[in-house]
Design a protein. Structure first.
Length: 156
């Protein structure tokens, strides 16, 4: 094999291998674990927010649960209080996950939450951090779905 062909082949292999390497701060996470994380968050969300079953949802939570929403307390008890409130005040509330993304130990959801049927609801982006397949942190960004908008793009 000619030297230029060998050099080109070496560069091509290096590019392919670098493109396949995970970009997650040097931590190697398999696609399988990333998908398992995504499925755990989807199950947590369904059990907790839609079925309003805090105990079933907490099976997906780790030994710690750090909450970054300033209105919700840390830990399982804070989550239980939120679900009890939703179950009491909004028994017909439903959240539709429009899309979900996995990025290593993080899972991101884009959600349309409707607390009362027939209302516009809210657009939510939830971010979850997982460790060893369990949810350990949560952030959210919440925005009401407006009656009118300056464009026709929609929230979802």
């Amino acid at each position: 094999m000619q030297r230029t062909t060998l050099n080109a082949l070496t560069v091509a292999v290096a590019l392919v291998l670098s493109a396949c390497a995970p970009i997650d701060g040097g931590k190697r996470r398999s696609i399988t674990q990333q998908e398992a994380n995504r499925q755990a968050v989807l199950a947590f969300y369904e059990k907790g927010l839609n079925q309003k079953d805090a105990e079933a949802a907490l099976a997906y939570v780790g030994s710690r649960y750090v909450q970054h929403n300033p209105l919700v307390a840390d830990g399982p008890e804070g989550f239980r209080k939120v679900i009890a409130f939703v179950r009491e005040k909004f028994p017909n509330a439903h959240s539709e996950i429009k899309r979900s993304f996995g990025d290593g130990d993080y899972v991101i959801l884009h959600v349309h939450a409707v607390s009362e049927p027939g209302t516009r609801g809210t657009a939510i982006v939830d971010i979850f951090k997982l460790e060893n397949g369990k949810i350990v942190e949560h952030w959210d960004v919440i925005q009401p779905v407006p009656e009118t908008a300056a464009n026709s793009n929609g929230m979802f």
